[in-house]
Design a protein around this ligand. Structure first.
Ligand code: C2E
Ligand code: MG
Ligand code: MG
Ligand code: MG
Length: 291
């Protein structure tokens, strides 16, 4: 994930590419304080099936810096990853998400929540056990938690990653393979990773309706995933036409602004309650919601 980190660094800190620039260190210190002060929040984005049923919610971290305003997750996650803060951020996210899941369950809303974890987390000794202990502490069944990983977990010490993931699935936690199709996608990875869901990266979904090649890539990915017994979720679905194409290609669920952007917890509760058992209904003329 070196490339991603570099790319992010270049985008944000144009003239300061060194990972130890004062700016970067400043942001890191601010993030550490923001975590301690509980200023980092989680928003939730629904995953819905084509019949409208809510398959789950994905927790996405949000940080509003007191001076800089919204800092995109890609930026501060790269900083957390390269600084050793990642395990702390992930603990924070898991703790917050599981607390929310427990509250929703107490209200009768039994919706699974997916948490993104970084390769760093998967390589942290004792990670599987700590997730299991946290689930127990919140009284949340493992089946209500999903972890989204990327193929990058296999770049460094694939055996240890495989052991950790086996530990997690052994506890009953479901694994999802995020951003599929970017970078290192390979059949070997799919075989080695104990995932039950595959998420097709937004970059293929975005132009699906207008680009025949992207459509073919999505078709092959859906077929491959299904032949391996995996559920397929398409991310970044913004319009009706894409939704229809994905349904016709046999995709299982979608996520994207067409359905809903990531929402703060209260809004998510209202969204879930408003849908009730009918699930999400596609509006006649859908207007993509701005995030
Ligand atoms: P991701 O896990 O692939 O999440 C999908 C990203 O696409 C999110 O961006 C989401 O807000 C955005 N998105 C969803 N629907 C649409 C759409 O229809 N159109 C467009 N253009 N974008 C859409 P976000 O929230 O900025 O997160 C970016 C990445 O940061 C995530 O990609 C994930 O890799 C990482 N991330 C977010 N939260 C966490 C976290 O708690 N822990 C870790 N380790 N990584 C996180
Ligand atoms: Mg994700
Ligand atoms: Mg993704
Ligand atoms: Mg992505």
């Amino acid at each position: 994930y070196q490339a991603k980190r570099d790319r992010t660094g270049v985008e944000v800190y144009e003239s300061k590419r060194d990972s130890n620039t004062p700016d970067r260190l400043g942001l890191l210190g601010d993030l550490r304080r923001a975590l301690d002060a509980h200023e980092v929040q989680l928003h939730y984005q629904p995953k819905v099936r084509f019949d409208g049923q809510v398959a789950g919610l994905e927790a996405l971290v949000r940080w509003v810096h007191p001076e800089r305003g919204k800092v995109p997750p890609d930026e501060f996650i790269a900083i957390a990853e390269s600084s050793g803060l990642m395990p702390h951020l992930t603990e924070y996210v898991l703790e917050t998400a599981l607390g929310q899941v427990a509250r929703w369950r107490a209200q009768g809303l039994r919706v699974p929540v997916a948490v993104n974890v970084s390769p760093r987390d998967v390589h942290t000794p004792g990670f599987a056990g700590s997730v299991a202990a946290r689930l127990a502490r919140h009284g949340v069944p493992a089946g209500a938690l999903q972890l989204e990983i990327t193929e990058h977990v296999l770049l460094e010490d694939p055996q240890r990653a495989a052991d950790t993931l086996a530990g997690l699935t052994g506890h009953g936690v479901k694994m999802s393979l995020d951003d599929f199709g970017t970078g290192y996608s390979s059949l070997v990875h799919l075989r080695r990773l104990p995932v039950s869901e595959l998420k097709i990266d937004r970059s293929f979904v975005a132009r699906l309706a207008v680009d025949a090649q992207d459509a073919e890539i999505v078709r092959c990915t859906v077929d491959l995933a299904h032949s391996l017994g995996l559920l397929v979720v398409a991310e970044g679905v913004e319009d009706d036409e894409t939704w229809e194409r994905l349904r016709d290609l046999g995709c299982d669920a979608v996520q994207g602004w067409l359905v809903a952007a990531a929402m703060p917890p209260d809004e998510t509760t209202a969204w879930l309650l408003a849908r009730g058992s009918r699930g999400w209904q596609r509006p006649r003329a859908a207007l993509p919601a701005a995030e």
